[in-house]
Design a protein around this ligand. Structure first.
Ligand code: HXC
Length: 257
């Protein structure tokens, strides 16, 4: 696709996107965010893809927004130049995205990981919101998503002091779904992605949408939303197939319809 800051490949129904600016620990410069959004949008729209894995290098998932780009920015530029809007692209995708994190996930890197649907961490992963040390604070959802994921006390400490969490602490706190040995990170993330991609795509997308509702609405509204979507699933052929396969003691063959 002519990308310079990311690598993309597909393995079956799974797309793998690798952040690739090794000279800057995958700092998320404007070009990288443009390319990442482009790749995510393409895979999201591609009916042959059922799940996306986003990863970085052994040393860094991403060490944050590109500080050298941000350093001269003025307030009017940050406002009119739409500095942060492109980052929403990661959170707004409708197919599942798994973040496979090894090494540093700092600042905007931690924020992008949290925009994904879940995080699988290598035992080498380190998460942090060190922006305060630069005279700013998290700007791509970090003060909100981290607080919802790990609670106020830990989020406040991390945002106010810039302290990093290691993988074990991140798992205890609920920031990551699980920790795996670094050498197995990609294999484990791909395995989870292949499992998701083997399910019915519309059901997967409705499930993602329903879980995300819990962040956006009251419990009563969320329950009502879930109920409507659950009922709608009985209009799909894949519900009939999935339940018939169970009754017949065979594997389901979902047709994404
Ligand atoms: C630009 C970065 C960078 C970044 C690292 N580099 N992080 N460049 N932006 N965020 C570059 C370094 O300048 C250096 O380039 C090279 O990557 C290697 O980094 P080192 O610091 O030499 O590596 P190391 O000593 O191993 O330290 C790793 C580190 C440190 C602890 C991760 O690099 C670090 O503290 N980085 C900044 C982390 C941070 O503050 N992130 C928040 C950014 S603000 P040269 O050319 O010197 O070799 C943010 C706001 C988001 O994310 C808001 C949304 C818009």
């Amino acid at each position: 696709q002519g990308y310079e800051t990311i690598l993309t490949e597909t393995r079956g129904r799974v797309a793998l996107i690798t952040l690739n600016r090794p000279q800057a620990l995958n700092a998320l410069c404007a070009q990288l965010m443009t390319e990442l959004n482009d790749a995510l949008a393409r895979f999201d729209a591609d009916p042959a893809i059922g799940c996306i894995v986003l990863t970085g290098s052994e040393k860094a998932f991403a060490a944050g927004a590109d500080i050298k780009e941000l350093q001269p920015t003025t307030y009017p530029q940050s406002y009119t130049g739409d500095l942060i809007t492109p980052w929403d692209g990661v959170a707004n995708r409708r197919k599942p995205i798994i973040a496979a994190v090894a090494g540093f996930a700092l600042g905007g890197g931690c924020e992008v990981a949290m925009m994904c649907d879940f995080i699988i961490a290598a035992d080498t992963a380190k998460f942090g919101q060190p922006e305060i040390r630069l005279g700013v604070m998290p700007g791509a959802g970090g003060t909100q998503r981290l607080t919802r994921l790990v609670g106020k006390s830990k989020a406040m400490e991390m945002c106010l002091t810039g302290r990093m969490m290691d993988a074990a602490e991140a798992e205890r706190a609920g920031l990551v779904s699980r920790v795996v040995p670094a050498a197995e990170l990609i294999a484990e993330a791909m395995k989870a992605a292949e499992t998701i991609a083997s399910m019915s795509l519309p059901i997967v997308m409705m499930t993602k949408e329903s879980v995300n509702r819990s962040y956006e609405t009251t419990l009563a509204e969320g329950i009502r939303f879930e109920r409507r979507v659950f009922q709608a699933m009985f209009a799909t052929a894949d519900q009939k197939e999935g339940m018939s396969a169970f009754v017949d003691k065979r594997k389901p063959a979902f047709r994404n319809g």
